[in-house]
Design a binder for this molecule. Structure first.
Ligand code: GAL
Length: 418
């Protein structure tokens, strides 16, 4: 009888998942990390949370840049049923804070001393009314150009550092039978390239005036006209398959050697990494033309919604704490292509691209060239960003609209949505 009881107990122990045994809670996590590199990075967080005995309920909403995910999040919140955690970034964290739906993470922040290793500028974005309501994950640099060196070599082209050099290189690449630029024809991707151009063509002060302060004079200026003309100039070097193309499919065109380059943030590096490619061997990453000293930053973060069950609350806090642990910061960012948001992390595990990012981040903070990304929700509230995206994509896709008229529309429309 005793033997039977013992066996029954053993059976029970092995058939119950570890999480349930540990009586952990559950965190439903809304995110948009579905590409190869992104999914590998998200899996790190899931595994670590599950190792702690909690359950990760995956709520992935595909769509680069996260616009689809934000729409879904709003409808869940309106229905009174938001997920426990959601990937939400930048100034809009304040909007969620105002709704009164967020859990304060202050106790975790205090216990783990977040203020000691999160750069103040980033910590401020994570706080609502002085309290931590979001946890930052990483720092992405937006203004990168991803290059297939073999294609460049076959075409006899040089890596460009200015837009004039870009046009020269693109001509040679096209003549050699390759697609010069792998283009993802979606509004947020077009805005991503647009903002790199604005930074390069206009300089940092102009970037801030136009895309952070949404200053009508800057938006309607001849510098803006030049930036828009540059954006349009690139179009002739893209392929007919560009409209609607996802960013990671564009990256794979560069990986496969179909296209010579892509302008994209360093989440693209996650795709090269997932494909087993190495920087300076299989691909080269350099800042977009004219932006070598600038760092357009994009910080991913999670907000946590109030949940009732104490076990679920515990799981949420655990997840928030894990995100800033050195071990997570290292493995996650290696997969994601970004750099740790936690300062003081060792550089050794990171490759040359990440190290350059780390260096340029600090230098940019010193010189004033560290600026928030408009396209990636770091600079302005969603309504203004939406206005930017609409005009930029409309201009890019409508040859009949002149750069002069588009700049004027930008100045008016953005002002109206301020
Ligand atoms: C960005 C986000 C990144 C990224 C990219 C493409 O807005 O910050 O984490 O993966 O979108 O989906």
């Amino acid at each position: 009888m005793k033997v039977w009881k013992g066996m029954l107990l053993l059976l029970l122990v092995f058939s119950v998942p570890f999480s349930a045994l540990a009586e952990g809670g559950e965190v439903e996590v809304l995110h948009w990390w579905t590409s190869g590199g992104e999914a590998a990075a998200a899996a790190v967080l899931k595994e670590m949370l599950e190792e702690e005995g909690h359950v990760w309920k995956d709520f992935a909403v595909a769509g680069g840049g996260g616009d689809a995910a934000m729409t879904v999040l709003k409808s869940r919140a309106v229905a009174g049923n938001p997920p426990a955690a959601a990937q939400v970034k930048g100034p809009q964290i304040q909007l969620w804070g105002e709704e009164g739906l967020l859990t304060s993470l202050d106790d975790v922040a205090r216990a783990e001393k977040w203020d000691e290793f999160i750069p103040k500028a980033i910590a401020d974005i994570m706080k609502y009314d002085g309290n931590y309501v979001a946890v930052p994950v990483n720092v992405h640099r937006v203004n990168w150009m991803w290059i297939n060196p073999e294609v460049f070599a076959k075409a006899g082209a040089e890596i460009p550092t200015t837009w004039a050099e870009f046009a020269e290189a693109a001509e040679k690449i096209q003549a050699a039978g390759f697609i010069p630029v792998a283009w993802g024809g979606q509004d947020w991707q077009e805005a991503t390239v647009f903002e790199m151009i604005v930074a390069g063509v206009g300089g940092t002060d102009f970037y801030v005036k136009a895309l952070v302060e949404a200053d009508s004079e800057a938006l309607g200026s001849s510098t803006m006209v030049e930036a828009l003309k540059t954006l349009r100039m690139i179009k002739q070097y893209t392929d007919v398959g560009a409209p609607g193309r996802d960013w990671n499919l564009a990256t794979s065109m560069v990986i496969r050697g179909e296209a010579a380059m892509q302008f994209m943030g360093d989440w693209a590096k996650g795709e090269f990494t997932a494909a087993g490619q190495e920087p300076d061997v299989d691909y080269i990453a350099v800042p977009a033309p004219g932006t070598s000293h600038q760092f357009l930053f994009n910080v991913d973060s999670f907000i946590m919604f109030k949940v009732r069950d104490p076990k679920d609350q515990e799981a949420q806090k655990k997840m928030a704490g894990l995100i800033l642990q050195p071990e997570f910061q290292e493995i996650f960012n290696l997969n994601k292509g970004s750099i740790p948001v936690r300062v003081g992390m060792p550089e050794e595990p990171f490759d040359a691209v990440a190290r350059r990012s780390m260096k340029d981040f600090l230098a940019g903070a010193e010189s004033g060239d560290l600026v928030p990304s408009m396209a990636h929700e770091m600079a302005v509230m969603p309504a203004i960003r939406g206005a930017f995206l609409d005009v930029v994509t409309h201009f890019y896709n409508n040859p009949a609209l002149s750069a002069e008229d588009a700049a004027e529309i930008l100045a008016n429309v953005v002002k109206a949505s301020w």
